[in-house]
Design a binder for this molecule. Sequence first.
Ligand SMILES: Cc1cc2nc3c(=O)[nH]c(=O)nc-3n(C[C@H](O)[C@H](O)[C@H](O)COP(=O)(O)O)c2cc1C
Length: 396
Amino acid sequence: MTIATINKPLPLLFSPLKLGELVLRNRIVVSPMCQYVSLDAGPTDYHMVHLGQFAMGGAGLIFCEETAVEDRGRKSYHCAGIYNRQQIPQYHRINDFLRQHGAIPGIQLGHGGRKSSATPPWEGYRSLTEADRPLGEAPWTTISSSPISASIHSAKPHELTTSEISQVITHWAEAAEHAAEAGYDVVEIHAAHGYLIHQFLSPLVNQRKDAYGKDLAGRMRFCLEIIEAIRKVWPARKPVFLRVSAVDGSGPAWTLEDTVRLAQEAKLRGIEVLTPSSGGIGGAGTATLVPRTPGYHVPFSKRVKAETSLKTIAVGLITQAQQAEHILQNNEADLIALAREFLWDPYWSVHAAKELGVDNFYDLLPRTYGWWLKRRDEIKTVTQTAATIDLAPPAL
Ligand SMILES: Cc1cc2nc3c(=O)[nH]c(=O)nc-3n(C[C@H](O)[C@H](O)[C@H](O)COP(=O)(O)O)c2cc1C
């Protein structure tokens, strides 16, 4: 059902967005959120309910969590992956459901690099050790641009040779092919938060002297070759997004200027949307130079958008409908992503539509919900004495 307002323009947050042939029903994005509950890297009923509730609640684009392109790239044994063909139908089932409820399914492809072989956050997100082997969680050798440990407690990663780099890039392309087969309409390349691509981009980790290091062009090369490899296999009519840490956690080693350069090069290779995030490579897992205040990545989004004409996603402590609408009206982003707020309120989208004055906001919900709720509102507005108000559903 089309969302509408009478005698006033539709809020931008609820205006559809066209990306090539793809039309998002609104500008609301469920940001990727690792759940650490996958089984053999595949999704379960948990993921169907977790992601399904956001579609039933009216979100436009729903990203599943960071999904590894090879098993070495999973952060933990409980993380998602899309490197086996048997995982394809498992994801397909969920994507069909999201689409049936009006949402577009997106996948974030990633590789943890030296931050892999770890425990989930609630177990400290510490590196696995030999002591974990008897518990069924043997540590594995991680990979990176240079043999520099992620923390003093983690083992040195293996420094990839150039031929091994080519193999890893092939894994990204294969994962994108699997994702297309699984019915995803958007793929986002995860180059942020200190994971493998970021480990090539940032001089805090990348100390290589070959063509994949040395200078900015060398450090960007791995990322750009992954974009090229994915664009070759990903359907031309479907967009590719890129998520980067706009600045390092303990830099300034990777700067906003570097991000703009990367965005320009990425755009030339077919990236349509960029999500500027921050941090993850130095200090604590999420350490960043950016204070976590409401809308803390919006200035990055605004700058990238202005200097590259790429579409951007604003993410980071955006929790209010008016706040989201204001960012769009100011032309600081094209899409608004929320993560934690969706954990608190999976139906945030329909609540935001009501708050922004969308007349038929219930139409964002399945008819099996909206019909009843509309009727309840009609009953509530009829002036009757409390004794005669019929709040009960009709006998069916
Ligand atoms: C539970 C959880 C899991 C996350 N997993 C990912 C992930 O898989 N990929 C990613 O790029 N960011 C991940 N993030 C970061 C979010 O996508 C988002 O950028 C961040 O939480 C800021 O948005 P918020 O303030 O709306 O939560 C995760 C955040 C949370 C809370």
